[in-house]
Design a protein. Sequence first.
Length: 134
Amino acid sequence: LFPIFLFDMEVCFVFRIERLLLNLGARPDHRGYDQTVIALGVLLSNPAERSVQHIYQRAGAICGLSPFKINEGVRQTVADIWKHQRENPHLPLRLNHRVLSRYQPSNKVFLYTVATQLRIAGYDMPFGFQPNDQ
């Protein structure tokens, strides 16, 4: 579940992340959905971060899980989205106005691509803590 520290602006921000994930075919009832939303929020709060492990550590600190569990959760969400694509080939996945590959991307490629799409749309407000927090 989402942490209780979220403020009204951050809740709105989370809804925007969720809307994009749901449009891509993510399953909110599956393990990993919440972790993916939080990992994307962490990445958007620090877009210069190039280490996916740091993103997992920060997301894990927010939701009380290990970085390994965050990694697994993101992997499950990516798998759900690509399964949805295989089952619905008439609905091509689009991010940044490009049809995504039929091959499932790595977690890092997925997170950074989705974060870029959200930034382009103007959804890069802080999420939980600032980049200098440890």
